[in-house]
Write a protein that binds this ligand. Sequence first.
Ligand code: CP
Length: 305
Amino acid sequence: MKNRSLVSINDLSREKILSLLEMARKFEENPNRRLLADKVIGSLFFEPSTRTRLSFETAANRLGARVIGFSDATTSSASKGETLKDTIMMVANYADLIVMRHHLEGAARYASELSPCPVINAGDGANQHPSQTMLDLYSILKTQGTLENLHIHLVGDLKYGRTVHSLLFAMRHFNPTFHFISPEELHMPEEYREFCRQNNIPFTETTEFNEEIIAQADILYMTRVQRERFNDIMEYEKVKNCYRLTNSMLTNSKPNLRILHPLPRINEIAYDVDSNPKAYYFQQAQNGLYVREALICDVLNIEVK
Ligand code: CP
C-alpha cells in the first residue's frame, strides 16, 4: 500500500495490534490531546452510521483536528452520478485523512489505492470493519486481562456480518476457540471456516442457542440480522427473529463472561440484559473513541507519548 491506510485487519501484525491497543490505553487515560491542530479529516459515510461516524468525529475533535464530509451520500455529488474515484480525488485535495464507509466490498481498498492521503475503512459492505475489530480487541483485553486462549461465541448473522469476519481474522494471533452459532441461512461462509482450518483455529458450529452453550463462553459476541444485506426480503423475514438473549439465559455463565455487540441491536438482546454486569456493549462503544484516536494518530504517523 502506498500510504499508511487501514483497509483490512489483515494488514496489522500481532505486534502492531498490541501497540495500537497500548496507544488506546493512553488515550483512555487522557482523551484530550491537541496533536492534530493543523489537520483536516474527511468523514465520508455512504452508508448510515451512529457509533463509527460519531466516535471517529469525536476522536478528531478531541485531538484538535477539524472534520469535513457527509453522513448521507444523497447530500453529496455522488447523488448526481459522481464516481467514487472522483469523490476520493476531490476530498483528498482538502483533507489529510479520509474515513470512509461504503456499501461495496472492496471500496476502501480501491479508495486507498487512488488516494494521496491515507484512508481508514469504516466498513465496506459485508467485507471488513477493522476499526470495530480494534475496539472489540480492546474491550476483550480490558475485560479478560488477556487476548489469549479464549472461547469466543459468535452469534447471529455470520454470513454478512463484517464485524465477525474482521474479528475472526484478528484473533488468529491469539489462539482462540470459536463457536459459530447461526441459522443455516446465515452460517459462516466457507472462506472463513477454511481460514480457521489453515490457521489451526478450532471451531464448532451449531444452530442452537441456549443456556448450556452460553455457559462455555468467555465472550458472547451478539450480532444483528442485517435487513439491508438481503436481496430478498422474504429471506430476511425467515431469520430476523432467530435468536434472543435474555437475562435468565446467563444464570450459569462464567464469572468472566462479557457480552459484546457492535450495535445497533434490534431484538437479539432483551433489555433485561442491560443491567447485568456481564453486559458490556455500551462500554464497548465508548472504547471506540480511544481506539479511533489511536488509529487516526497511527495512520497520520503522529507519535503518542
Ligand atoms: N458498530 C457500528 O458500526 O455501528 P454504526 O453502524 O452505528 O456505526
